[in-house]
Write a protein that binds this ligand. Structure first.
Ligand SMILES: NC(=O)c1ccc[n+]([C@@H]2O[C@H](COP(=O)([O-])OP(=O)(O)OC[C@H]3O[C@@H](n4cnc5c(N)ncnc54)[C@H](OP(=O)(O)O)[C@@H]3O)[C@@H](O)[C@H]2O)c1
Length: 234
């Protein structure tokens, strides 16, 4: 299984890579900007799971050099992609009247456009049964409880969710599945900046195990779905 995880340097993405590394036969490309953290992740996986293959790729996903810089580095290791997890994300917790246009653009860029660009890049390497998992948020689900300060972040996750639904229609002929997991509270740096002092209902390790199981098997049961993964609010 060839797996790509974005946003792998910390939080949920870090633990997703570790959970895949624990499984036999998974080769994982781990993408983020923080090179030191990615190298630490590879060492961490090697010491816990000596047979694991984790390939760190340091890349800022907001750049446009996907074809010229990122693709050759992926193709060096993978000729096909079985699972793509678009987990990289950014959160800005600010009241609507304080958030700038620049911040709006940044949130949309990291949370929606980077997933769009990763999918475009990987699709030619995806075949029957491949699975794209977009990491959304409960805030991006219509009718869910909403929180002040998270309007643009939540809107970006809403856009990612609808992109998922629409893309599933277009990918049917290719037999590639795509789903969006709308996560609830997970104890990470991002959660702390959204809800200072609050305690999340799940740890990154717990959610990572759910996400890896889903990424490997969920396409047999779901396609084009926005699935809430939450036991508490927030
Ligand atoms: N934690 C929660 O409660 C929660 C709830 C709902 C949804 N989520 C979603 O779950 C995902 C993971 O969240 P988290 O809590 O683990 O967040 P986190 O700890 O802040 O980690 C975010 C990851 O995204 C990467 N990233 C950000 N900008 C990037 C860029 N331009 N290029 C490449 N990588 C980039 C970061 O790596 P670098 O800084 O090294 O680039 C980091 O690895 C996000 O999509 C988030 O929206 C989280």
């Amino acid at each position: 299984m060839n797996i790509i995880v974005t946003g792998a340097s910390k939080g949920i993405g870090y633990e997703i890579v570790r959970a895949f590394a624990a499984r036999e036969g998974c080769k994982i490309i781990a993408i983020a900007r923080n090179e030191t953290a990615l190298l630490r992740l590879r060492e961490d996986c090697k010491s816990s799971f000596p047979d694991s293959t984790v390939i760190p790729i340091t890349f800022d996903l907001t750049l446009s050099a996907y074809r010229t810089e990122l693709l050759p580095r992926i193709e060096k290791h993978f000729s096909r992609v079985d699972v793509l997890i678009n987990n990289a994300g950014k959160m800005i917790n600010k009241p609507f009247d304080a958030i700038s246009e620049y911040e709006f653009d940044t949130l949309m860029d990291v949370n929606v456009k980077c997933a769009f660009k990763m999918i475009k890049l990987c699709l030619p390497m995806m075949h029957k049964s491949a699975h794209i998992v977009n990491i959304g948020s409960m805030g991006g689900v219509q009718g869910s409880v909403k929180f002040a300060g998270l309007s643009v972040y939540s809107a970006s996750k809403g856009a990612l969710a609808i992109l998922t639904e629409c893309m599933a229609e277009e990918l049917k002929s290719k037999h590639v599945s795509i789903n969006c997991l709308a996560l609830g509270a997970v104890q990470t740096e991002m959660f702390q900046s959204a809800f200072p002092g609050a305690k999340a209902s799940n740890t990154p390790v717990q959610i990572a195990h759910f996400i890896t199981d889903f990424a490997l098997n969920g396409q047999n049961f779901y396609n084009g779905k926005i699935l809430p993964v939450s036991v508490s609010t927030p």
